[in-house]
Design a protein around this ligand. Structure first.
Ligand code: GLU
Length: 480
């Protein structure tokens, strides 16, 4: 049988890191088996609907390379893949289930249900529908339907006995049927609840494996009962634990780092995000931790999934991101770094050269802009920057060094890394001083910063001869 898995997000306007992880595991299971990965949009909760949210899902998944074989915008044999476009299907199956004896019409209005709930809560019992309409006769039902009375369709849960379902990570879970609510399957607006739609769709779309958050574990027996009532076979279930911010708190969108988009905005690379997220709740067999998406697919195995909550570790993500940055070709890195460089550095500089200085020292892309803000213009700086214990420099020694370096640099006719390097190193040899005695003050004098990507020679090369000399002269003025 072909393995068919689905990612079924609700359009909330962002892709939660937990959702991305579900999508990733789901994708890996299908691709590893040479099967199909399906995207289904679960948008039946109209109150939560956010305009444009489907596009966010499409673009985020595409950005990380989780391309679906079937889905809303690519089609497929089992569509439509957007639940609100499948209304007629749910109605048909809900009505079929009523005929088969697994569901019933309920005409209770809001007031009655609210009161029922209040009474139950006041007496300390779990609020559950009291099955008031379960015993209506077919004639009574028909009369109400003919009269246009608003209705829902509810699941007819067996009154006694137990239901057992199987989850790959949790094993068999058995519950008393008496604890299960006759939940709503089809709402008054004709749309299904998630609890109904997921069963119908997973069956009709021939889904073989379902990966989802373990918040659905509690409802899973009701899904099992629906499969039984229809006489259908259940998919393999894998309920995964939450991703936590710390031991007590779930990673939540409100904290600003829970969505894929948040992480991209924070300067992480798509590939690094995917790689890190795969390691949340899944362990590869060996020690290796860096995997591209195709490598993850090859390495992935359900047995590596864990049912303990995974804690999202931003430092670990940074370290993985840094590894991805290091592994890029200089051209590739320059391309992704350029927009960040350009935020603070607008002059006509060799971007590839600037990027090559940044590449070994960048962990996240957002750190770039502050590092290159001195190329366009020198910041104001304190003369204290010339003091460096290790180099044995001070504003006084800097003055001497810069006075010596200035004419040497003025004399260079062909301004490039080698010529600047050779001139300054000749001077160092002549003066019989340590490299830092000259290089530290020159770097401070032309950058105005304590830390810079690259040293004096690299910076001088990039900003050019005129600008280098101008900056040194100005710094000498400051040194008096
Ligand atoms: N639409 C559900 C959610 O976004 C999906 C649950 C499932 O995969 O079945 O949580």
């Amino acid at each position: 049988m072909e393995v068919r898995t689905r990612f079924a997000p609700s359009p909330t306007g962002y892709l939660h890191v937990g959702g991305l992880r579900t999508a990733l595991f789901t994708y890996c299971i299908a691709k590893k088996a040479g099967g199909k990965f399906i995207l289904r949009i679960e948008d039946t909760d109209r109150e939560r609907y956010v305009e444009g949210a489907n596009e966010v899902i499409y673009s985020s998944l595409r950005a990380v390379g989780l391309n679906w074989d079937e889905g809303p915008d690519v089609g497929g044999d089992y569509g439509p893949y957007i639940q609100t476009e499948r209304r007629a299907i749910y109605k048909e199956y809900a009505e079929k289930l009523v005929e088969m004896g697994g569901a019933y019409y309920c005409f209770c209005d809001k007031d009655r249900l609210t009161e029922l709930k209040a009474v139950q809560e006041a007496s300390g019992v779990n609020p559950m529908y009291d099955r008031h309409c379960r015993s209506l006769s077919p004639e009574e039902v028909k009369a109400k339907l003919d009269a246009g009375t608003p209705y829902v369709i509810r699941q007819k849960i067996p009154l006694d006995g137990t239901t057992t379902f199987h989850d790959v990570l949790y094993g068999d879970i058995t519950v008393e049927n008496s604890t299960l609510d006759d939940q709503i399957l089809l709402k008054t607006d004709g749309l299904p609840t998630y609890n109904f739609a997921n069963v119908i769709d997973d069956h009709l779309m021939n889904i073989t494996h379902v990966v989802r958050g373990n918040e659905y574990l509690a409802s899973a027996p009701k899904y099992t009962l629906l499969y039984k009532a229809f006489g259908w076979e259940e998919p393999v279930y894998i309920h995964v634990e939450h991703i936590m911010r710390d031991k007590q708190h779930k990673l939540s969108k409100r904290d600003g780092d829970a969505s894929y988009e948040d992480l991209i905005n924070k300067g992480f690379l798509s590939d690094a995000i995917v790689n890190y997220i795969a390691l949340l709740g899944w362990s590869p067999k060996g020690e290796r931790e860096i995997f591209t998406l195709p490598e993850l697919v090859a390495e992935f195995d359900i047995s590596g999934l864990s049912k303990s909550p995974a804690i999202f570790d931003p430092l670990k993500l940074r370290a993985i991101n840094a590894e991805y940055i290091r592994a890029m070709s200089p051209e590739e890195f320059s391309k992704i770094a350029e927009p960040y460089i350009r935020k603070t550095c607008k002059g006509n500089f060799d971007i590839l050269k600037i990027a090559s200085l940044l590449q070994p020292r960048t962990e996240v892309l957002t750190e770039i802009s502050d590092q290159v803000d001195f190329f366009d213009e020198m910041p104001d700086y304190s003369l204290e920057l010339y003091s460096n214990k290790k180099m044995k420099t001070s504003p006084e020694t800097a003055k001497i060094a810069l006075e010596k370096a200035l004419p040497v640099l003025e004399n260079i006719t062909d301004w490039n890394f080698d010529s600047i390097h050779d001139s300054l190193f000749n001077l160092i040899a002549e003066m019989e001083v340590k490299n830092g005695y000259i290089l530290w003050p020159v770097r401070v004098a032309i950058s105005g910063k304590q830390f810079t990507p690259g040293g004096a020679i690299e910076i001088a090369e990039i900003i050019g001869k005129d600008e280098t000399l101008k900056r040194i002269r100005r710094s000498l003025d400051m040194l008096g």
